[in-house]
Design a protein around this ligand. Structure first.
Ligand SMILES: Nc1ncnc2c1ncn2[C@@H]1O[C@H](COP(=O)(O)OP(=O)(O)O)[C@@H](O)[C@H]1O
Ligand SMILES: [Mg+2]
Length: 328
C-alpha cells in the first residue's frame, strides 16, 4: 500500500520549478515569512510529510490512507496541520471516511486517561455547556460533580477536538471556540469557578466536519475563516472495491453519486453503505442486500434509484419489507 510515497516523488519530480521569486507573506503572529529562498522546496515539504502507511484504528480495523491534492497523504497532512495548529474543516456526505481518518491519525496517542482525541457531535440543540461541561448530580451520594465536556477534556489532555456536524450548531454557541482557535486565550469555566483557566497547549487543534446538503446546515463567515484547510471528502471508489464491494455495485454507486452531485438525487450510497452492502451480500445473498439498500434509500429518491438498480443490474428488486406470518 505504500506506493503513494513513490507517486508523490514522481509527481514532484515532474513539477515545474518556479522561475519567478515568490513574495514574502505575513504569518499569524505578524512576523514576515520568506522571502522565497527561505521557503523549503516542494520536495522538502513532502519529505517532512512522509507517508505514514496503513493505520490500525481503535476498533482493530485497518485504515488505508488516501491522497490529498494528489501529493500528500491524509494521515500525514492531518498530523502536520496539528503541529502547526492549523484547524481543518472537512465537508461531504456522511459515510465517506471523515471520522475514520481522524481516528487513524490521532487514536495512537491514546493513553489510559484519554482516547487521543475528543469528539462532539453537533445538533441544533448543542449548547456551550455541551462543549465545556456541566455539573451533574450523583443519584447515590446526591452530590453535584463537574462533568467535563469534550472541549474541557481536549484542552486538558492537549489532544485534537473533532466537531462533527458543525454546521448544525448555532454560530453563537460556536463562538466559545473562536478565541481558542485564534491561539490567544485560555479556556475559562464560568460555570465552575473552582476550576482555574486552562491554557491551550501545542497539541490542541480543531477538526470539524459537516454535510453541506443537510437541511439547516450553515457556517458563519467568522467560523469558516478560522479553518485553514477546507477539504472535501467523498467516497474513494477504488478503495471500496479493494475492501470487497462488488465491482458492479461500486459502478452503480459512482453513477448515482454523479447524479447526487448534479442535484438529481438527495442521497446516494457512500463507502459506509457499500461496506454494509458487501457484508449483507456475503451473509444473506445479493437479493437481500439489494432489497435492503433500496429500503435505506430516502423515499424521495427511491423510484429513481430503483430504476437505476433494476436497469443496470438487470434484477427485479423490491425494498425490504416484513411480510406474512411464516408457516410453522
Ligand atoms: N481510508 C479508509 N480505509 C479503510 N476504511 C475506511 C476508510 N475510510 C472510511 N473507511 C470505512 O468507511 C466507513 C465510513 O467511514 P466514517 O469515517 O465513519 O465516515 P464519516 O465520518 O465520513 O461519516 C467506516 O466503516 C470506515 O471504517
Ligand atoms: Mg463520522
Amino acid at each position: 500500500m505504500s506506493t503513494l510515497g513513490d507517486e508523490m516523488l514522481d509527481k514532484i519530480g515532474r513539477a515545474p520549478a518556479s522561475a519567478e521569486p515568490e513574495p514574502a507573506w505575513e504569518d499569524d503572529d505578524g512576523s514576515v515569512v520568506g522571502p522565497s529562498s527561505a521557503v523549503p522546496s516542494t520536495v522538502d515539504m513532502v519529505a517532512s510529510l512522509a507517508p505514514q502507511g496503513t493505520q490500525i484504528r481503535p476498533n482493530g480495523v485497518a485504515y488505508h490512507p488516501r491522497s490529498v491534492a494528489g501529493v500528500f497523504e491524509d494521515v500525514a497532512l492531518l498530523r502536520s496541520a496539528r503541529e502547526h495548529q492549523e484547524h481543518v474543516l472537512f465537508y461531504g456526505p456522511p459515510g465517506t471516511g471523515k471520522t475514520a481518518l481522524c481516528e487513524a491519525a490521532f487514536a495512537q496517542d491514546a493513553t489510559d486517561g484519554h482516547d487521543g482525541m475528543e469528539t462532539i457531535v453537533g445538533t441544533v440543540d448543542t449548547t456551550a455547556m455541551d462543549f465545556v461541561g456541566t455539573f451533574l448530580e450523583d443519584p447515590v451520594t446526591k452530590t453535584w460533580n463537574w462533568q467535563p465536556g469534550p472541549l474541557h477534556l481536549s484542552v486538558l489532555n492537549d489532544v485534537p477536538l473533532l466537531v462533527d456536524e458543525i454546521a448544525l450548531i448555532d454560530p453563537r454557541v460556536l463562538s466559545v471556540l473562536y478565541p481558542l482557535m485564534d491561539g490567544r486565550d485560555v479556556l475559562r469555566f464560568p460555570m465552575n469557578p473552582q476550576l482555574e483557566p486552562l491554557k491551550v497547549g501545542p497539541g490542541w487543534f480543531v477538526i470539524a466536519a459537516f454535510n453541506p446538503d443537510v437541511p439547516g446546515a450553515r457556517m458563519s463567515e467568522a467560523l469558516r475563516d478560522r479553518f485553514e484547510h477546507h477539504i472535501e471528502v467523498g467516497t474513494d471508489w477504488e478503495l471500496a472495491e479493494n475492501l470487497g464491494v462488488a465491482k458492479d455495485i461500486v459502478a452503480v454507486a459512482q453513477n448515482l453519486d454523479k447524479r447526487r452531485r448534479n442535484g438529481d438525487l438527495t442521497w446516494s450510497p457512500q463507502l459506509r453503505s457499500l461496506l454494509a452492502f458487501a457484508r449483507h451480500e456475503q451473509r444473506r445473498g445479493r437479493e437481500y442486500a439489494l432489497a435492503n439498500l433500496l429500503g435505506k434509500t430516502p423515499p424521495e429518491d427511491r423510484d429513481e434509484i430503483h430504476g437505476v438498480l433494476t436497469k443496470t443490474l438487470g434484477e427485479e428488486i423490491d425494498r425490504l419489507q416484513l411480510g406474512k406470518q411464516v408457516e410453522s
